[in-house]
Design a binder for this molecule. Structure first.
Ligand code: F6P
Length: 320
């Protein structure tokens, strides 16, 4: 009988619980034994395991965060850390590991699987940043919807006061959230790391909108692209418009997962166990819903995702 361990790692993402549930129930359905590992790779190296039953994952599909908790582990990125993890897994005769997380976590899985054939490693992409190559990631849709609801609220007060608002969203080194929320939220300008910021264009948009009687302007900035307080000063100086900054931060990481994320997580969790049944290892489940397939983790960690820059053009045209 196969023994599967499941963990969540890196930044949490709404829908991780739905993925844990799908992994646990699909594995038990296939006659496997399942262990939950607490605090991601940290728990894998220190033996924080608990046997899970179908009931252990009841009533979690709608909850944000992760019932298994998570961590960003530096030690696991060292060979000694992975040796410790393998020793703990061997003690419990665990021969399969499902890792739910983003790029760093998938890289950890790749290293573990590459060093030994004793453990089948399957990754499931989960990160609000949506920066894993070749796939949509669990948590992205919820995060974008959270940002959209914040934009809606900010619009109300922005219109009332006739203000410019700069809204900073998450997405370390990746503009996916900013692009999607900018298009979906009708932003005037979107600044993302993949495109050199053009401040003149941002300022011209505000000025021309003002001339046409626009009451407010919304500028979405992906974190790290441009210091938002400096941007505020520059806009106020160049346009004379009253400008405010709102940094959304970790509010984007929590909350009830959307239908899209729950369904994606359910498909991916089952696909991970199907991959184990088929004898696969060192792969990630990719794709969407019933079009899930597996790709080698080696390709995932060496790939570089570029967002759909066509969306940038849509935003530019629609905000004129
Ligand atoms: O998980 C992704 C992410 O939310 C990024 O968007 C952000 O840059 C980072 O994590 C923040 O990490 P932490 O919660 O560790 O500060």
């Amino acid at each position: 009988m196969k023994r599967v361990a499941v963990l969540t790692s890196g930044g949490d993402a709404p829908g991780m619980n739905a993925a844990i549930r799908a992994v646990v129930r699909s594995a038990i359905y296939e006659g496997m034994e399942v262990y939950g590992v607490y605090r991601g790779f940290e728990g894998l190296m220190t033996g924080q395991y608990e046997r899970l039953s179908p009931g252990s994952v009841a009533d979690i599909i709608h909850r944000g965060g992760t019932i298994l908790h998570t961590s960003r582990s530096k030690d696991f990125m060292q060979m000694q850390g992975r040796v410790r993890a393998r020793e703990h897994m061997a003690r419990l005769s665990i021969d399969c590991l499902v890792i739910i997380g983003g790029n760093g976590s998938l890289r950890g899985g790749y290293e573990l699987a590459s060093e030994s054939d004793a453990i089948q490693v399957i990754g499931i992409p989960a990160t609000i940043d949506n920066d894993v190559v070749y796939t949509r990631s669990i948590g992205f849709d919820t995060a974008v919807n959270t940002v959209l609801s914040a934009i809606n609220n900010i619009r109300d007060t922005a219109t009332s006061h006739g203000r410019v608002f700069i809204i900073e969203v998450m997405g370390r080194r990746c503009g996916e959230i900013a692009l999607a929320a900018g298009v979906g939220g009708g932003a005037e300008s979107i600044l993302i790391p993949e495109i050199e910021p053009d401040l003149n264009q941002v300022i011209e948009k505000i000025k021309s909108g003002n001339e046409r009687g626009k009451l407010h302007s919304i500028i979405i900035v992906a974190e790290g692209v441009y210091p938002v307080m400096t941007l505020k000063d520059e806009i106020m100086h160049a346009t004379g418009r009253d400008t405010r900054v709102s940094i959304l931060g970790h509010v984007q990481r929590g909350g009830t997962p959307t239908a899209v994320d729950r369904i994606l997580a359910s498909y991916m969790g089952k696909a991970a166990i199907d991959a184990i049944v088929r004898g696969k290892s060192n792969v990630m489940v990719a794709g969407q819903d019933d079009r899930c397939y597996t790709i080698p983790l080696g390709e995932v960690i060496n790939g570089h995702r570029t967002p759909e820059l066509g969306m940038f053009e849509i935003a530019r045209v629609l905000s004129t």
